[in-house]
Design a binder for this molecule. Sequence first.
Ligand code: FAD
Length: 350
Amino acid sequence: MNVEENKPLAPFTTFGIGGPARWFVQAETEDEIAEAAAWAGQRGVALFVLGGGSNLLISDAGFDGLVLRVGLKGIANDSVPDDPTPPGQVIYQAAAGEDWDAFVERTVQDCCAGVECLAGIPGTVGGTPVQNVGAYGQEVASAIERVRAFDLQQHAFVEFSAAECGFAYRHSRFNSTDRGRYVVTRVDYRLTAGGAPTLRYADLKRAFAEGEQPRLAEVAAVVRRVRLAKGMLMVDGDPDCRSAGSFFKNPVVGEGQMRAIAAGSEKEPPRFPAGHGQLKLPAAWLIEQAGFSKGYVLGKAAISSRHTLALVNLAGASSQEILALASQIGDAVEARFGIRLEMEPVMVGF
Ligand SMILES: Cc1cc2nc3c(=O)[nH]c(=O)nc-3n(C[C@H](O)[C@H](O)[C@H](O)COP(=O)(O)OP(=O)(O)OC[C@H]3O[C@@H](n4cnc5c(N)ncnc54)[C@H](O)[C@@H]3O)c2cc1C
């Protein structure tokens, strides 16, 4: 295990923002994760787990502790039949440091359904259960079979079934009750060989003729195209993807609150069922109604020119400049609708 000192963190993030880690370790094996945890424990040093850095805002002062970057690699899967009729279940075991989008591409090429709509999301496999990544009608929770992790409290490896992970919208035990307790080392996904793609989302449905059954690869390609149009795909040199994706979560409200919002708006608010009689409101709509447009600039921070929900680092923005823009937007939405938007990226070192 190689412990580095004062390692700049900005290059490890999609925002390109953040000061140094006091100490930094890249772990390639489960043993190195246990070793790094013991190292931090013996010194009483705080530990932060870094994946692909695509859902983080790191403070300009950096992180005064050990940053443990998870670099575990390897994917194993049950054999996939050449002609999977009828469709059958296949388990993929993916190490936490694998690139998520490359993993999706592999499953799509294998004709295994379950994560095709999650194509183009940056970050690692290990990051996916943390906020239960979701997009275009799918959430990773519905494909996850098991999560293996190192417990930093008990200093032992543990495994959780999907039910034990406590998944909900952008939520799991890993980003709520057990935040910071586990280092995910492997995720098992249950996919369907020969299964049909998920076509729930309007932008996806529109791309195919009524009644057409597209191949998984075609659906994943459309997802990537839609993402590219919104600046939500990592493309070298594209200023709109120097972000952490959506900066705000879509608020979930009760019917009474929804009626109040509708009564106070000129336009009928878009809404989606969120279960248990709750409704999900697009944060992007609230932000636009509160007076902000795509491309709005504050110092070196801006709203993406292609997506109202993404805040971007124009060039050399500080974390404080991003937060200043976020609070300007948050205050305006709260003043207009009485809803406090919740930030989606994880704040590190503040
Ligand atoms: C352009 C763009 C588009 C995006 N689109 C979407 C989208 O459509 N849907 C969506 O849900 N998200 C989206 N995101 C956010 C982000 O890509 C996901 O949340 C991703 O899963 C984060 O994974 P990561 O490996 O980069 O995690 P990081 O950003 O490194 O870390 C995020 C959190 O997860 C924890 N973590 C990471 N790895 C591990 C591990 N192995 N064990 C324990 N904890 C860990 C970290 O400690 C931190 O708390 C987008 C981001 C960008 C930049």
